[in-house]
Design a protein around this ligand. Structure first.
Ligand code: MLT
Length: 265
């Protein structure tokens, strides 16, 4: 389905199920299909909304690109769907967007799920890697990003035991368009440090991380957990960065339990 925002930007999204609205925000360089197993597992108990961020999947590819713009685009989608507040669930870059959405539009956030992500901005080492990735993408095309990220995206156990997950993650990365890749890398480089916002988060927050995540390791999740009062931290064993795809049943169980608690509150 397509929502059209005031600036003409088109957002492609799926909207399945009924119940408490959950907005799922994908990571980089992925698209809404990252969440297909969450739709399968949770649409029987929640309204699962899975958009493509600007530049990815079937959404419009024109900028501007920033975490704030992605967040505003998602609020346009919530308006379009007539949803006042959603459980905002972001994985990795999707978590950076979730934190921007909280900063800019806290009244739209019923609860937060921060999966395999971090609050801090890029340090000089990370910025240099991104500049190198941009150079490589411009020189050899967008698929070089998937090629370089493949190993880090999926944990060691999954690579050993479930190669089909590695293939699926790579398939999603390989179809990411150049505009989305360049826009998102520049947006991640420019993103502010969200650490100062963490103590102000006063909605229920679930933090999930794959034990074998090497892109946003457990230490990053622990740091967010320490800074967000009352948050819950769950480490999924045998999963890496794409924890929701690597161990979907475990991920869905944690999210399902969290949603049940919200419904009781
Ligand atoms: C992601 O999975 O969204 C990215 O790896 C995040 C990042 O590069 O910081």
């Amino acid at each position: 389905m397509i929502a059209i925002c005031d600036d003409g930007h088109e957002i492609n999204y799926d909207d399945e199920g009924q119940g408490i609205p959950v907005l799922f925000i994908h990571g980089f360089p992925l698209d809404h299909t990252l969440w297909s197993q969450q739709l399968d597992g949770l649409a029987s108990r929640a309204r699962c909304i899975t958009p493509d961020l600007r530049g990815f999947g079937g959404s419009g590819r024109k900028g501007p690109f920033s975490m704030d713009q992605y967040a505003d685009d998602l609020v346009c989608l919530l308006d379009h769907l007539g949803i006042q507040r959603a459980v905002v669930t972001g994985l990795s870059m999707g978590g950076y967007v979730a934190l921007a959405l909280w900063r800019r539009h806290p009244e739209r956030v019923r609860a937060l799920v921060l999966a395999d992500t971090r609050a801090t901005s890029d340090d000089e080492g990370a910025l240099e890697k991104r500049r190198e990735m941009l150079r490589a993408a411009h020189e050899t095309g967008p698929k070089v990003v998937g090629e370089r990220m493949q190993e880090g995206m999926v944990g060691r156990s999954t690579r050993d035991r479930s190669p089909e997950v590695v293939i699926e993650v790579r398939r999603i990365m390989d179809r990411a368009p150049m505009e989305g890749i360049v826009g998102a890398i520049e947006a991640m480089m420019a993103r502010p440090d969200s650490t100062p916002d963490l103590p102000g988060i006063d909605v229920p927050t679930l933090i999930i991380v794959g034990e074998e995540d090497v892109i946003t390791p457990v230490a990053d999740a622990r740091a967010m957990h320490a800074a967000i009062a009352g948050s819950r931290l769950e480490v999924i064993e045998g999963a890496g960065h794409a924890s929701n795809m690597e161990r979907p049943a475990a991920f869905n169980h944690l999210l399902g339990e969290f949603l049940a608690q919200l419904e009781l509150a």
